[in-house]
Structure formats: C-alpha cells, structure tokens
Design a protein around this ligand. Sequence first.
Ligand SMILES: Nc1ncnc2c1ncn2[C@@H]1O[C@H](COP(=O)(O)OP(=O)(O)OP(=O)(O)O)[C@@H](O)[C@H]1O
Ligand SMILES: O=C(CO)[C@H](O)[C@H](O)COP(=O)(O)O
Length: 290
Amino acid sequence: MSRKHPVISVTGSSGAGTSTVKHTFDQIFRREGIKAVSIEGDAFHRYNRAEMKAELERRTEAGEHSFSHFSFDANELEKLQEVFRTYGETGTGQTRNYVHDEAEAERLGTPPGHFTPWRPLEEGSDLLFYEGLHGAVINGTVDLPALSDLTIGVVPVINLEWIQKIHRDRAQRGYSTEAVTDVILRRMHAYVHCICPQFTETDINFQRVPVVDTSDPFIARWIPTADESLVVIRFKSPRGIDFPYLTQMINGSWMSRANSIVIPGNKLDLAMQLILTPLILRMIDTARKA
Ligand SMILES: Nc1ncnc2c1ncn2[C@@H]1O[C@H](COP(=O)(O)OP(=O)(O)OP(=O)(O)O)[C@@H](O)[C@H]1O
Ligand SMILES: O=C(CO)[C@H](O)[C@H](O)COP(=O)(O)O
C-alpha cells in the first residue's frame, strides 16, 4: 500500500481475461488524464520457453509432475514484490516482456519464447498497473496485496476460463486444442494451490458466468458472448460501496448477497467504469496530496 505512488494489481488465471480488463482500465486512465505505467505478470516468469521445457523435463524425470507456469517457483515473485515496493516508495522500477508469438516478436524486436531486456519504467507516472497470474499472492515469501492499493480478481467460472484459454491460444498463439488441454491438466495442481487462494485476498472479484451450456469446454465452437453471460461482482469489504446507486444505474442488475451484485454480461464495461473510476480518482487525489 502506497499513498504517494499507488499500485493496482489485476490477477487471474491464463485466459481469464486480465488483458481484456486492462483495456477497460486504459480507457478510464485516458478519460481521467491519469498516466499509468504497466507491467505484465509473464515478464516475471523465471525461465524462457526453452529453459522452461528443460526444467519441466528435469523435474518430471525426478518424479515431480506438478510444476508449471502457475507454480510459485516458476516465477520471480520476489522480484515482482521488489518492483511493487520500489514503485510504491519512489515511483520508479523496471520491467520487461515475455514474447508469446510472432506478432509480439515483431512489435518487441525479440523472438517468441524469449524475454526482452529489462528496461526502466517511464518516469513521472501517477500509478503502476500490474496484470497477470500472481498479483495477489501471499505465500510466506511474498505478500503482494500488502503492497497494492487496489487488487482485482478476474475469474470466469472454470469451464468458461478453459474455453477462453483454448480459443485464445489456438487463434493467437498457434497451439492445438490437445496441446492447450495438456497445459491445463499439467497446471491443475498449481491452479488449486497457487492461483485460487488469491481470490480471497482481492478487493473486488469479477466472475463471468455463462448462461449457455458449456458442459464440454473442449468442443465449444465459440466463446459465450457478453449477451450469453452474467457477471458476479463481489466486494471483499462492502462498506462504502453504494449498492443502490449501482443497481439503479446498471439495468438488469441485482444484489445476490450483502457483498455481491450480479449484472448482465453486456454491462461489464459500464459496471467497471462506475465501480472503479471513483476508487481510482480517490487514490490519485490522495497520492497528489501526499
Ligand atoms: N468479457 C469477455 N467476453 C468475451 N470474451 C472474453 C472476455 N474476457 C476475455 N475474453 C476472451 O478470452 C480470451 C482470453 O482473454 P485474455 O487474453 O484477456 O486473457 P488473459 O487473462 O490476459 O490471459 P494470459 O494471462 O494467458 O495472457 C480472449 O480471446 C478474450 O477475447
Ligand atoms: O499465458 C501464459 C501464462 O499467463 C503462458 O502460458 C506463459 O506465458 C508461457 O507461454 P508459452 O508456454 O506459450 O511459452
């Protein structure tokens, strides 16, 4: 938590939609004249693609079958914590990118499966924005929520998460359904132990729930659309949240619990704007006065 240099952390599994949610944040930052610097969770993987393959083979031979990108020790979480801390104290830090595919390779000038060199974050920013797998980890070595001012979970129900991952990895990253299915299976242990526990730490979770049949996510021909889904929004600390205002402004929404509202899927952008804009503006106002 930093009053002067705030940190926003958006966390979710692979394919959950954290990159998609980043676009909504970018719109809010642009509209409100806020200068944000961004870091991607994948930049903090410990290994490049070839090293990861070798490490996986080494561990599998040694009888360890649960290692994956979701595991804490496949990532430089202490380094990530250091970036959160340094940014919070000084408004500076460094990052890099993990290059997934040819399109990113062309944009970033580094081949797929490799990292770009570390580079300093642009100076003079108002806040740091993280988006990735591990933004709310507390594991005895790191405590990331303690260093972020707002922590958001993006968590579609699991069938939908898998459909989104399969479609994205096939369409944009060139993997087959079988290859993505293998990755999902290999990551399951760490999904339960490293990814899920974060969502009790997050300040707000956005959980997309399809209202069409997704019983077999491995044969779904398209990702359920916004009109074919609802979103459950859960607040860790509902005090101060104006639920009557939200349910009045968001047509078709209702409260399902004292700390949760449900909205039609096509109102997600509006809901995020209504919920997040005042929180971000308050954060920036406090930072500018600090
Ligand atoms: N609200 C949504 N409605 C429809 N499709 C969505 C929604 N959110 C995400 N998707 C789709 O799901 C796929 C995965 O989303 P995205 O790339 O944002 O995931 P991610 O969490 O950033 O994944 P990774 O961490 O692996 O990069 C994309 O094809 C995206 O278009
Ligand atoms: O989306 C991911 C994690 O969020 C990727 O699976 C990870 O970045 C590694 O990618 P690849 O296995 O294609 O090199």
